[in-house]
Design a protein. Sequence first.
Length: 64
Amino acid sequence: MFGIGMPELIIILVIILVIFGAGKLPEIGRGIGEAIRNFRKSSTEPPEIDVTPKKEEKPVEKKD
């Protein structure tokens, strides 16, 4: 997997644990999960269509 083995992953996780602490890890995981979910959702959904009416310009009446 991208040249990263199990020992490297363990070292990375220990560093993250030391930096953020055990209390923040669930919050960080939840944020990453939501970001991935939103990315997948936005890449599979068709673009939204704007159905708001545009402002109509009133024709200028000429006075003679």
